[in-house]
Design a protein around this ligand. Sequence first.
Ligand code: NAD
Ligand code: MG
Length: 382
Amino acid sequence: MRKLVTVLGATGIVGSKALEIVRKNQEKFHVIGISGHSNISLLVRFALEFAPKYVVVSNLLLRSELEQKLNNVDVEILCGEEGLAFLASQKTDILIAAITGFAGFEPIFRAINSGTDIALANKEALVAGGHLLMPLAKKKGVNIIPVDSEHNAIFQCMMGQNWSDVDNITLTASGGPFLSMNSNETQKIPPSEALKHPTWSMGAKISIDSATMMNKGLETIEAAWLFNIGKEKISAVIHPQSIVHGIVQFKDKSIISHMAPTDMKVPISQAMAWPERVKIEIKEIDFLEVESFNFLEIDASKFPCFELAYQLIEEDPCYSVALNAANEIAVHLYLDHKLEFGDIYTLVAKTIDMIEMTNLDDYQSIIDYDRYARNIAISMKF
Ligand code: NAD
Ligand code: MG
């Protein structure tokens, strides 16, 4: 039986790779619905190739362009946040959550509610709403399979293992493009430099997060929710070669780690096919070509965003909603040349200092609080 698949954020790096895996494994997967936000020509190409039942353009302004281009095609076209929520609510075997940012939160919430298993790339949804989404997934019997490479690595290390035997887990980080530079050198560095990631090819938001290492901070919060473990059991190290993606140490001091080529097709395909695996064709690791294998401490004075996020594990969810919201605003301003690289941290830290706490125990309160934190972040002057 083929798995029925929905791909949210199909036009992005992760979403496109998920569809490439479908293309090469048509006997295993069938696409039911896809969404994209702005790249209409790619969305149309995918709609024609995969013939899904639903195509969603989440950007309302682009609906008529999509309708025009799919005029004679037998497909249901939906748009905006409502269209996205509708698609996410359609029960399928697996939904690939590859929208970037908090925009992915509502669709993930809807998908869990309708009982669809999730291959989760969208870490921001879990950072902001993990306290709601994970218990809901448990209640609904929904599997959340991590796509983020480090978390997928830990997931794979834990196959056949018990969490009660685990001492700690370690996430690896490439260190991003500015590993060998100090904060004076990076203060005014332009987006064109920050977007050049040394080992992974990724969308703009996560590339900037990798340069500030906010990405690794967000990932420690993501790990705490995904694996239901405390801060004292989670750490991160820089591993510039990006070959080891995650490490688990057990109470008998045995260590199981996961290695794979630096290509997101590995974790995406594993999450899509789980509990099976599919064959993928990518360049294999040749250990004789690997000159060195290093592990370095993350320097908190150089990468304050990492430390800021890490400190929020197990704290009130208001903090992590605000962290995520302010970071999205800061990255956006930086990409628009309206904020200096070095001020991304300052904007996020100042926003967190200014928030007032409230109860975030339901879906709407998280949506409202994200907006509240964004407004504080936007009002910040530099
Ligand atoms: P991307 O920018 O290439 O793609 C983002 C996708 O989200 C696009 O399809 C876009 O149309 C859609 N989108 C953007 N804004 C939207 C909005 N407001 N509403 C609805 N849809 C919207 O990003 P990516 O690199 O593919 O990353 C996607 C997610 O996966 C992110 O959360 C990222 O952190 C995570 N992730 C990515 C990688 C990677 O290697 N690229 C690795 C691990 C995790
Ligand atoms: Mg990652």
